[in-house]
Ligand binder design. Sequence first.
Ligand SMILES: Nc1ncnc2c1ncn2[C@@H]1O[C@H](COP(=O)(O)OP(=O)(O)OP(=O)(O)O)[C@@H](O)[C@H]1O
Ligand SMILES: [Mg+2]
Length: 452
Amino acid sequence: MAHSGNGNNSLDADREVCVEVRKLWKVFGHEPDRVLDDPELRVATKEEVLTRAGCIIALRDVSFSVHKGEFFVLMGLSGSGKSTLIRCIIRLAEPTAGSVFINGNDICALDEEGLSEVRRHTTGMVFQHFGLLPHRSVLDNVAYGLKIRGVSQEERYEKARACIEKVGLRGWEGYLPSSLSGGMQQRVGIARALAGDPEILLLDEPFSGLDPLIRRQMQDELLELQVEIQKTILFVTHDLHEALKVGDRIAIMRDGEIIQTGTPEDVVINPSDSYVRQFVQDASPTKVLTARTVMEQPPVLLYSWQGPKAALQTIRDANIDSAFVVTRKARILGQVTVEGLVALIRKRGTFLKDALDPDILTCHADSILDDLVPLVASTRYPVAVIDEDNRFLGEVYVSTIIANMIQEQGPGEDVETSEEVQDNPAVLEGPEDTEENEKTPGDGPSEGAEQA
Ligand SMILES: Nc1ncnc2c1ncn2[C@@H]1O[C@H](COP(=O)(O)OP(=O)(O)OP(=O)(O)O)[C@@H](O)[C@H]1O
Ligand SMILES: [Mg+2]
């Protein structure tokens, strides 16, 4: 049976909130408050604000919350405010207005000491450009945060070694970062963030400097690690496929605002506007669609107490060649085929169960279609979608999966909308910015803050 690779897709509204951002603004420049106090500038475009007030609006009225243990992805074009947002959460960039709560604690109200406490104990951050200390060994780099905390050498080395092992770098403890490849240096960065056992990981494009193969491997490893460590993760990326793969939920940013938040499936199937549609148009639907979304109600569902002749007649009338058989309480028992029923009737059998094939393919409703592909490759019959109690919910046809594999745009997207994308030049604006590994203008100035 296939399951979602993302682990935790079904979000419960009652789940505990770990990070909450409310009406957050970040305006760079002189007298940023002037922008906030001016009702016209508050709603003006970024360019207008720059021309009229000489200020850059990096975040505009951003609100969202991240649940405990959730893998939350921030995505958007270069300059959309992702780094600023992740930095504002621990005030590496000072918010101009609004609030940030971590486990209910008002971060903006903290003094320096309280803030250091949060940065050292509650959060761990990984930067795009590693930010390792070049003249210290891997072990010392990983143990660095613990040293600042005043942890004894013996204890911090022990913890650092354990984290180095977790990220697969055992044996490299004594080397300098310069002797490591980019991927390995990034692992050191992750080990360093993990060393303090923070509750929350803030990862700003951690894999964007890596080549695609290593990158995929790192994503897999991070997902595996997450199963074990169950941290709350805020993860910034430019890369849609990365976002869809790792995220429980994705927030899409444009010009300092969050314009859509949803599960990977939500954003691919129901992009909120043409900007999001533009982002997700290359997504392969099978990688995000779940069985629940594509399952259908079968034309015929048989009950265990029916006789074979009536069953055969019903199946033939529906012009199909197999049907699932369930109990009175809708628990799945298996399937019968036309051939099986014909053979049974020839033998003068009278119990449907004697033609029953219990060896059927089943999956759960939150299974990702992509994971079902190997399963359905070996069968011509539909896959039964069942719940935890083995109750039948619907069926997925092999043809549906294949159709979604070859489809270039998500279902729910009609021809009209795709024409709208083609015809409207505004929709296609700035596609070159979506390239991976864009230079990150905001990264330079604030990066030093992490090491401070
Ligand atoms: N220190 C700064 N001073 C002035 N403006 C800044 C500063 N840092 C960021 N900005 C501006 O804020 C906006 C958001 O930048 P930010 O770095 O957060 O974007 P981003 O989404 O992380 O981009 P990228 O994907 O390229 O890393 C940009 O317009 C940027 O020019
Ligand atoms: Mg950035």
